[in-house]
Design a protein around this ligand. Structure first.
Ligand SMILES: Nc1ncnc2c1ncn2[C@@H]1O[C@H](COP(=O)(O)OP(=O)(O)O)[C@@H](O)[C@H]1O
Ligand SMILES: O=C(CO)[C@@H](O)[C@H](O)COP(=O)(O)O
Length: 470
C-alpha cells in the first residue's frame, strides 16, 4: 500500500492506494488560516501535525501494510523551524501580504540575477517573507535553524531529516530555474542566511524512514519509506496525468491554471514558471482567492454551504448588477497586486443576500477567467477540473459557462495527494478516469458582466493599499 499526504491550505488529505493503484480509503482533517494582523495569513504547524495524525490514522486504518509515504503541499510559504522540527513561530503562508516593503530589495537586485528566477516578484513567497522576518523578528530569524516549505517541514517531523526538492523550491523566489539549484548569488545579494535552506533532492527520492515517534503517532510501522514529494500543483499534474495539450484547473483555497512545458519557458508578465516533479516545467496562472473568498463571503452572510448555494441559485446571472471583487489577499494573476482587496460593489435597495451570494461565485469565476486569459492556452487545449473547491455541480456549470470551455472532470478524490502517492510508489499515473464533461451552455450575457467586473478593478487599482491599512 502507498500513502499520499497533501498538506493543503485549508485541510490535509490522506489517500491510501493499493499495489494495483486502486483507491482504498481517503480522509481529510481541517485547520484554520489565521489573520492576526491585516494582510497576514498564518497557520500553526502544530495544527498541521495534529490534522495529519488524524487524517492518516483514518485513511490507513491497517497502517502496518503501508510501504511508502509521499508528500505534497501548499507552496511558497515559510516555516522557520528548529532542527528537531519544533516551529520557531507560526508558518507564514502564500496568502500572506505583509512583505510589500521587502519587494524593494528585489527591485534593487541586478536584472541578470533576477532573470534567473523566471518569475514575477510578489509577496507570500519565501524570499520576501524571509526578508520581512529578518527585519521585523530578528531574534526568531537568527535563532531558527531552517526555513522550510510546508510539506518539507512535515517530512522533517516524520523522518528527522531536512530536505527541499525542486518543485517547491522553484516557488520560493530563491531558486535559479536556469541552473536548477538554489539561487546562491541572489541569496547573497539579498543578505539572507544561506544556511537556512536545506539540501535539494529529487522529488521522487526516498529520503528516509519514519522515525519511531512519528510511526507511533500515525499508527504506521517504522520501516515506512518517506519520499521527498512535490509542491501541490506539481503533484496534481502527476495525479491527473496532465498531457501537453491540456490545461489543469484546480480549485481549492486558491485556484491554479496550469500548462505543462518540456523545456524552460520564457517569463511572461503575471504568470509563474515552476519546476515539475519530473524533469519538466509548467506555466501557472495563480488565482489567490477562490475557495478562500467563497468561504469568507459565506461566513459574512452567515450561511452554511447548502444555504449559500441556495441563495446564489435564487438570483439570476449578473447578480442584478452587483459585483464581487474576490481579492481579499491581493491578486497574483493577472494583476500582480498585493495591495488589492475585495468586497461587493454596486448594491442598491433592490438587492438582497441572494445577489451578494451569486456575485461571490461570479466574481471568483471571472477572476479564474482572467487568469485563463493571461495563461493564453491554445483553443484546442482541453481544460481538466480538479480540487476540493470544485465539487458542486452548479458551481462546475457556472465555471464552464464563464470560462466558455468544456471542463473535463476527473474521478480522483484529491489530485495532489494521488500525485504524492505515485511518487511514493515510483509509478506513472494510471490514465485518469473522466467522470464527465461539463459543457458551457453559452446562454449567459457574459460580455457585459465580465466587462463590468474587469472595469471595477481598473477603477480601484492604486486606491487600495496603504490608505486601507494594507
Ligand atoms: N461546497 C463548496 N463549494 C465551493 N467551495 C468550497 C466548498 N466547500 C469547501 N470549499 C472551499 O474549498 C477550499 C478547500 O478545498 P481544498 O481542495 O480542500 O483546498 P486546499 O487544498 O487549499 O486545502 C476551501 O477554501 C473551502 O472554503
Ligand atoms: O499558490 C499556489 C500556487 O502558486 C498554490 O499552489 C498554493 O500552494 C495553494 O494551494 P491550495 O491550498 O489552494 O491547493
Amino acid at each position: 500500500m502507498f500513502l499520499g499526504v497533501d498538506l493543503g491550505t485549508s485541510s490535509v488529505k490522506a489517500v491510501l492506494y493499493d499495489e494495483a493503484g486502486r483507491l482504498v480509503r481517503d480522509a481529510s482533517a481541517a485547520y484554520a488560516v489565521a489573520s492576526p494582523r491585516p494582510g497576514w495569513a498564518e497557520t500553526d504547524p502544530e495544527a498541521w501535525w495534529s490534522a495529519t495524525v488524524s487524517a492518516v490514522r483514518t485513511a490507513a486504518e491497517d497502517g502496518l501494510r503501508v510501504k511508502a509515504l509521499g508528500l505534497s503541499g501548499q507552496m511558497h510559504g515559510v516555516v522557520l523551524t528548529n532542527l528537531d522540527g519544533s516551529p520557531a513561530r507560526p508558518a507564514v503562508l502564500w496568502a500572506d501580504g505583509r512583505a510589500t516593503r521587502q519587494l524593494a530589495a528585489y527591485e534593487a537586485v541586478p536584472p541578470t540575477l533576477l532573470a534567473r528566477l523566471r518569475n514575477p516578484v510578489t509577496t507570500g513567497m519565501a524570499g520576501p517573507t524571509l526578508l520581512w522576518l529578518r527585519d521585523h523578528e530578528p531574534g526568531v530569524y537568527e535563532g531558527a535553524s531552517l526555513a522550510l516549505q510546508p510539506k518539507d517541514w512535515l517530512r522533517l517531523r516524520l523522518t528527522g531529516k531536512a530536505h527541499a526538492e525542486p518543485s517547491d523550491a522553484s516557488g520560493t523566489l530563491l531558486y535559479d530555474l536556469e541552473r536548477d539549484a538554489w539561487h546562491d548569488d541572489l541569496v547573497a545579494v539579498l543578505g539572507l542566511r544561506r544556511d537556512l535552506l536545506p539540501p535539494l533532492v529529487a522529488s521522487g527520492e526516498r529520503v528516509g524512514e519514519l522515525s519511531t515517534s512519528a510511526a507511533r503517532a500515525l499508527g504506521l510501522s517504522e520501516g515506512v519509506q518517506v519520499v521527498a514529494g512535490a509542491a501541490d500543483t506539481a503533484a496534481a499534474l502527476l495525479g491527473t496525468g496532465l498531457t501537453a495539450s491540456q490545461v489543469q484547473l484546480t480549485v481549492g483555497t486558491g485556484a491554479q491554471l496550469v500548462v505543462r512545458s518540456a523545456t524552460l519557458p520564457t517569463a511572461r508578465r503575471g504568470v509563474h514558471v515552476f519546476r515539475g516533479a519530473d524533469a519538466g516545467f509548467y506555466v501557472l496562472g495563480a488565482v489567490q482567492n477562490a475557495g478562500l473568498a467563497l468561504e469568507w463571503a459565506r461566513r459574512a452572510l452567515r450561511a452554511e454551504w447548502r444555504e449559500f448555494y441556495a441563495l446564489a441559485r435564487s438570483a439570476d446571472f449578473g447578480s442584478g448588477g452587483v459585483i464581487f471583487l474576490p481579492y481579499l489577499t491581493g491578486d497574483r494573476t493577472p494583476h500582480l497586486d498585493p495591495h488589492a482587496r475585495g468586497g461587493w460593489i454596486g448594491a442598491g435597495l433592490q438587492h438582497d443576500a441572494s445577489h451578494l451570494a451569486r456575485a461571490a461565485f461570479e466574481g471568483v469565476a471571472f477572476s479564474i477567467r482572467q487568469a485563463l486569459g493571461a495563461l493564453a492556452p491554445a483553443e484546442t487545449h482541453l481544460v481538466r477540473l480538479a480540487g476540493g473547491g470544485s465539487v458542486h455541480p452548479w458551481w462546475r456549470q457556472l465555471l464552464a459557462d464563464v470560462l466558455e470551455r468544456p471542463l473535463e472532470v476527473v474521478d480522483i478524490p484529491d489530485a495532489s495527494a494521488l500525485g504524492a502517492s505515485l511518487l511514493a510508489r515510483g509509478a506513472e499515473a494510471p490514465l485518469a478516469k473522466v467522470e464527465g464533461i461539463v459543457e458551457p451552455r453559452g446562454e449567459l450575457r457574459l460580455a457585459d458582466a465580465v466587462e463590468r467586473f474587469e472595469a471595477a478593478y481598473e477603477h480601484l487599482e492604486g486606491w487600495f493599499g496603504p490608505r486601507l491599512g494594507a
